[in-house]
Design a protein around this ligand. Structure first.
Ligand code: GLA
Ligand code: ZN
Length: 689
């Protein structure tokens, strides 16, 4: 879609579900949508029951009317396939379509996103519907993309899934001997002699709790398998669509760092990444930025689509807080700043009833064009019309952070890891520091090409999958700088622990041997222990570059082998042992930080490294906390987005980076001028590259 040559404007609009209303309302909708300059609608996300009243009948008449109406009003269409909520008759006649949950309860009809991925009924009818839709709409020129199902997710623990899991395992491991070895089943008398003996890991089997498993290796494989199961459902629909429209552009809407699906495994099968951004009120803008970069990183060579966000309120939060005036615009520009080429929403008209009744929409229950939200959307829609030239440009990052779903699963499922530590939080910690230094970052998988980066950060790389150590080490030997932190290099891709001394395959590269990890309950937050023992506070500290930094949660106890020791613990029985090291390779550097610090350390540390690598200059401006500065570029122009995430207006003295033509005001900013931003204000500065 976003690569379609004839799209010259940012796609602006979103989910439109007019099935709920009569024709008069739909006509009024057209007037109102034109009033905000909407140029795209996502149709047909949840209409399966209407489209297919029984096994053999397909009825697209109402959808035809909607398609005609939006097309006559000049809008593009993202056509969804409607397969994320099954019809009641299907569940009633074919109960194999219903999921069994983690506790082993077989569900009945109700809700959505709930089909068993291995149900023969679901497989047959979901692909059939996608095919029928494609056949029916193959000549509809304003369909710019196909949106498969909706927000895939969840897991099913039914017998047909168990059967499919055993087949998947046979395929992966060939023999039970190999499987028993990889799963280390000699532990707790788990040796399997027949594939049929293998059970799905849930509350009835290996999980005393949802996260941790008694056999993390089994859990890890099951998560891989469920990623694949849902991906197979997706691919079956894509195949059905492509049999009628060979060049159909396809996607499905992702959900940021959603744990249950390894989106990296999905990315090759999407023509472009699209995702739904629903930050909580007050969520750290750096964390939202990180999600955008993670999503973009799944297909790093092209922009992504912001498929959904709310114009005003998400009704499923405990406190459904309204977006403040200007906030919708600002948060939309933030998505664009990180590579979104669309600004789309859920939804166009507020529902008449049921659980999304009070969710925000372009058109509210009042139907009025005088609401605050509507007026803001209308003026924003006008503004977006002038920004088409940004389409296709991309951020140009010199720093990459590695993010790996399987590593995340393994860390969480394995008892012994500090529960206070959260993998995503650790990634965010590093990301936030870069964000506040104004450094663009790609968040990418472990398999990506690293050569274009000056710095690669691998937070909490507990699991080192095949080939990853070699690639990182080659990168460092060729002059790259790598940073590892916390639990690094403990396990292989099957969660089997290295017998070569931690950090295993990373030992040579880091030049350290980590003997063990201490873990303390945090009793005082982030303050340097004042004469108290770590056992009393949960904190330790170290001295680096002229000051003390507190550290907490996990304390790797390491021995330098080749690495230079940059800082040592000041307390506990391991006082004097290294906490921060650097191993200088032929031309690069490999750092290891064995603990978790407060934000000030990451900022100071990364600033020093970024300056030494020429990523930023020593005198680079440090912008106020609430200001975000990021760029997109295309080789000819650089578009610098300056976002004020604060609720107060601010005046920034323009440095070199904040110069150019502000595309939103038409004013040229030169060095030394004041760049004034209102509360939630935005500037997009265009400058030649
Ligand atoms: C998700 C779904 C939509 C809708 C919105 C509401 O993103 O895809 O169908 O439920 O949430 O926030
Ligand atoms: Zn199932």
């Amino acid at each position: 879609m976003i690569n379609k040559d004839d799209i010259k404007q940012i796609l602006y609009g979103g989910d439109y579900n007019p099935e709920q209303w009569p024709q008069e309302v739909r006509e009024e909708d057209m007037r109102l949508l034109k009033g905000v300059s909407a140029n795209v609608v996502t149709l047909n996300v949840f209409s399966w029951a209407k489209l297919q009243p029984d096994e053999n009948t397909y009825d697209f008449r109402d959808l035809d009317r909607i398609v005609e109406q939006v097309s006559a009003n000049g809008m593009n269409i993202v056509m969804a396939t409607s397969t994320a909520a099954m019809p009641a008759w299907m569940a009633h006649r074919y109960p194999d379509i219903l999921r069994t949950d983690f506790e082993g309860r077989k569900h009945r009809f109700g809700g959505r996103h709930n089909a068993c991925p291995h149900s023969p009924t679901y497989r047959k009818y979901s692909a059939a519907l996608a095919g029928k839709l494609a056949e029916h709409y193959k000549d509809q020129k304003n369909i710019v993309a196909w949106h498969i199902s909706n927000e895939y997710g969840g897991r099913c623990y039914c017998e047909q899934c168990a059967k499919a899991f055993r087949v998947w395992l046979k395929d992966r491991y060939g023999t039970l001997k190999v499987l028993n070895d990889i799963w280390n089943t000699a532990f707790w008398s788990h040796t399997f002699y027949d594939w049929e003996e293998i059970q799905l890991p849930n509350a009835l089997t290996e999980h005393l709790e949802e996260k941790r498993s008694q056999f993390p290796g089994i859990t890890l494989d099951f998560y891989r398998f469920t990623t694949q199961s849902l991906l197979d459902n997706y691919r079956a629909e894509v195949k059905a669509i492509r049999s009628f429209i060979p060049d159909a552009s396809v996607t499905t809407n992702f959900m940021g760092h959603y744990k249950e699906l390894d989106y990296k495994a999905w990315a090759p099968y999407l023509d472009f990444i699209s995702w739904d951004n629903y930050p909580a009120a007050g969520e750290d803008p750096a964390d939202i930025a990180m999600k955008h970069d993670l999503m973009r990183g799944l297909k790093n060579d092209r922009p992504f689509a912001l498929m959904e966000q709310t114009p005003s309120v998400s009704n499923w939060y405990t406190y459904p807080t309204l977006k403040r005036p200007g906030e919708m615009r600002k948060i939309s520009y933030q998505a664009m700043a990180h590579g979104a080429d669309t600004v789309m929403f859920f939804q166009m008209r507020q529902c008449r009833g049921e659980c999304e009744t009070f969710h925000g929409a372009f058109i509210s229950h009042s139907g009025s064009d005088q609401t605050r939200t509507y007026k803001e959307l209308a003026s924003f829609g006008q503004e977006l019309k002038g920004l088409g030239e940004i389409l296709g440009t991309l951020p140009d990052a010199k720093v990459a952070i590695l993010f790996d779903w399987e590593n995340w699963w393994a860390i969480e499922a394995t008892p012994g890891m500090c529960l206070e530590l959260d993998y995503v939080e650790e990634v965010k910690t590093w990301y936030r520091a870069l964000y506040h230094l104004g450094i663009s970052t790609d968040v990418i998988g472990c398999e990506e090409d690293l050569e274009k980066y000056s710095l690669v950060i691998a937070p909490d790389l507990y699991m080192v999958k095949k080939g990853v150590a070699e690639r990182l080490s080659t990168y460092a030997k060729n002059g790259g700088t790598v940073i590892f932190s916390l639990y690094s290099g403990l396990a292989d891709e099957n969660n089997n622990i290295t017998q070569r001394g931690y950090p295993g395959e990373l030992r040579e590269m880091t030049g350290i041997w980590t003997e063990e990890y201490d873990c303390l309950e945090l009793k005082k937050t982030d303050e340097i222990p004042d004469g108290l023992e770590p056992e009393e506070t949960g904190l330790n500290s170290f001295y680096w570059e002229g000051r003390d930094y507190a550290c907490k949660h996990v304390f790797a106890i390491s021995h330098p082998e080749r690495a230079e020791v940059l800082a040592t613990y000041e307390k506990a029985f391991y006082a004097g042992t290294p906490v921060l090291t650097c191993n200088r390779t032929d031309r690069g550097n490999v750092y290891y930080l064995g603990t978790k610090c407060g934000p000030d350390f990451y900022r100071d540390f990364l600033k020093k490294i970024a300056v030494s690598l020429g990523i930023i200059t020593g005198d680079a401006a440090v912008y106020p906390e609430e200001i975000e500065v990021t760029d997109r570029s295309n080789g000819t122009y650089r578009y610098t987005f300056v976002l004020n995430h604060g609720r107060k207006s601010i005046s920034l003295p323009a440095d070199r980076r904040l110069c150019g033509l502000d595309m939103l005001t038409g004013k040229t900013i030169t060095q030394g001028d004041a760049l004034n931003l209102d509360a939630y204000g935005v500037a997009i500065l265009r400058s030649p590259q």
